[in-house]
Design a protein around this ligand. Structure first.
Ligand SMILES: Nc1ncnc2c1ncn2[C@@H]1O[C@H](COP(=O)(O)OP(=O)(O)O)[C@@H](O)[C@H]1O
Ligand SMILES: [Mg+2]
Length: 348
């Protein structure tokens, strides 16, 4: 049997560079070497693509660069899948499928997927358009409004508006009421997200969000448990058993996610049967509406039977202990099998 030639990509320019390294190391640790011939490409924080030639144990944020010296890139060729490796003796390697274990900007936002399309590379996960739309919270919400998906009332403002007319924005916020949430339209890992308790906190929050994106979303506060649904898109669309995050802090911010470890989770989520059916049905509807493929994690707030969409991630945290794989596991799809199925469906 010919092995499937997989190119696993990690790192990248986004704020989630480090998270991506952990996700990729986890994926690589379970991939069956009898089945897959694996090439690994790391992308630096500056955006340079380098072939990773180190051991799995050195694939950490602090040491991977020591084992990555050769620039590597896909060649634009519609019949392609050709990875060019530039070293003392340049080499091209044929790739059957790319697995971008990359989060956020230039990883999960459609840009990388567009590059794969141009280079004739098949890849795991959502396509260019659905990645781009899903990454941009303001755009995703606008589309999902047409599908009657319940969501927080929101307003999108851009850098120019914030700089020129903050008073008008502050006045408009009165109708959303405090507290409210301010977040970059396209970011992740809670970078730049603030809970704003009163008008005097608004401007600093807007400027913080502007550090991650030029467009900022201001949302009404939604009370409720944070419930996530892992969706797997193959021939059909499968929604796993929903899980619930309990931040253990004011909200699920960056510190809670990656520094303090105060968050706990419950799988299955502690919600009513009716709410459970609702979130699963909405998650599938959203996956279809945004034309997703492969995988996505769809996040909601649930209060009693009220279900409100929060956001969708097309390359969610993917370590073996991340919510997406854990929810799949709770529904009978183990981590290694999940990776096999994602690769299979990318090749289909
Ligand atoms: N409208 C909202 N109401 C209540 N909490 C919110 C709201 N929006 C965001 N949050 C809180 O902020 C966290 C991060 O926001 P989110 O939109 O999920 O951004 P990210 O893509 O960075 O994860 C959420 O998990 C939740 O705890
Ligand atoms: Mg989130």
């Amino acid at each position: 049997m010919n092995k499937i030639r997989v190119c696993c990509l990690f790192g990248g320019v986004s704020e989630e560079h480090e998270v991506s390294i952990v996700s990729a190391a986890s994926v690589l640790s379970v991939m069956d070497r009898d089945k897959y011939e694996i090439t690994t490409v790391g992308i630096t924080k500056e955006g340079k693509w380098l072939l990773y030639e180190g051991a799995l144990s050195d694939l950490t944020k602090d040491s991977w660069l020591l084992y990555a010296t050769k620039e590597s890139f896909f060649v634009p060729d519609p019949n392609g899948g050709r990875l060019m490796i530039v070293g003392d003796t340049p080499e091209t390697r044929q790739i059957d499928v790319a697995f971008p274990v990359m989060h956020g900007k230039n990883g999960e936002d459609g840009t990388l997927q567009g590059l794969f399309d141009i280079c004739g590379v098949r890849y795991v996960g959502c396509g260019c358009l659905s990645s781009a739309v899903s990454m941009d919270k303001a755009t995703a919400k606008m589309i999902l409004k047409n599908y009657n998906i319940p969501q927080a009332m929101a307003m999108a403002v851009d850098r120019r508006e914030i700089e020129r007319d903050p008073i008008r924005i502050a006045m408009a916020c009165e109708s959303l009421g405090y507290p409210l949430f301010v977040k970059p339209s396209a970011s992740g890992s809670s970078c730049g997200v603030s809970r704003v308790n009163s008008a005097d906190e608004l401007l600093p929050a807007l400027h913080k969000a502007l550090l991650s994106d030029r467009r900022v979303l201001i949302e009404e506060y939604i009370k409720g448990a944070e419930v996530e649904v892992a969706v797997l898109g193959e021939d059909g669309i499968f929604a796993a058993e929903p899980g619930e995050i309990v931040p253990g802090s004011e909200f699920y911010d960056y510190e809670t996610k990656y520094v303090n470890n105060t968050a706990t989770y419950h799988i299955p989520a502690r919600i009513s049967e009716k709410a459970r059916e609702k979130v699963k049905a909405y998650a599938k509807k959203i996956f279809r509406a945004l034309d997703c493929k492969g995988l996505a994690r769809v996040d909601f707030f649930v209060d009693g039977e009220r279900v409100v969409f929060n956001e969708i991630n097309t390359m969610p945290g993917f370590t073996s202990i991340s919510m997406y794989p854990k929810m799949m596991e709770a529904s009978g799809i183990a981590y290694r099998e999940l990776i096999d199925r994602l690769i299979q469906s990318a090749l289909a």
